[in-house]
Design a protein around this ligand. Structure first.
Ligand code: DX5
Ligand code: ZN
Length: 217
């Protein structure tokens, strides 16, 4: 699969979201971080904003839920127009039931893991998942530095996906930049979230293209 770039609007100008969505029209997806100030110590945006983003975005919406009670709320984000909804393993009681519910609604179902959460308990569930998100920073804030220790976890996840033959996407999120993306791609990731690297660039379109080039093996 070619590398997919999913800029995170957490680093966009929240007073100019539509403009900043247009600026990433050359990306593959737009990553929307939903935080509830419980699962993570930060608060961002919720359903009405995601719904409007989905209406005006030039690219499909990749929702990353950093909220408690994902079983209750994830389907609402599917209804709001997301193309994919990723919930945290640590915030769901029943990941398979939730993933099936999302798929039945026609969206891609993603499972996210905090840095300290092992992937192994979930590797038998790959057939139920369209995406696994290996967090490469502690969720909650943009602009943190990449956790190098996540590279073996990414490689183990890649090996399991290839062995299972499920085609599950392997997303990484946190500290992805020109300095880190090639190593992360080599470890096996294929969907790359980048917030500060993209929105902090002088030429956003060129930055997206450069990241994609570096991630293409
Ligand atoms: C952090 C969010 C990320 C964040 C990444 O909890 O999940 O999506 O926007 O920001 P950067 O790319 O700046 O590390
Ligand atoms: Zn995210």
């Amino acid at each position: 699969m070619p590398a997919l770039i999913s800029p995170s609007i957490l680093s966009a100008d929240f007073a100019n979201l539509e403009r900043d969505l247009q600026r990433i029209a050359g990306a593959d997806l737009v990553h929307v971080d939903v935080m509830d100030n419980h699962f993570v110590p930060n608060l961002t945006l919720g359903l009405p904003v995601v719904q409007r983003i989905a209406e005006v975005s030039p690219v499909p919406v990749d929702v990353h839920l950093m909220i408690d009670d994902a079983d209750r709320w994830a389907p609402e984000y599917a209804r709001a127009g997301a193309a994919s909804v990723t919930f945290h393993a640590e915030a769901t009681q029943a990941p398979v039931r939730l993933a099936r519910e999302l798929r039945e609604m026609g969206v891609r179902a993603g499972l996210a893991l905090r840095p300290a959460s092992p992937v192994e308990p979930f590797l038998d569930l790959l057939t139920e998942l369209d995406m696994i998100l290996v967090m490469t920073v502690e969720p909650g804030f943009g602009g943190q530095s990449f956790i190098e220790g996540m590279l073996p976890k990414i490689a183990r996840t890649r090996a399991a996906i290839d062995a299972a033959g499920t085609g599950t996407w392997l997303q990484v999120d946190g500290g992805i930049s020109r300095a880190t993306i090639a190593r992360v791609a080599q470890a096996g990731a294929d969907v790359f979230v980048a917030g500060s690297a993209v929105y902090g660039a002088d030429d956003i379109a060129a930055e997206i293209a450069a990241l994609r080039d570096l991630a293409t093996l």
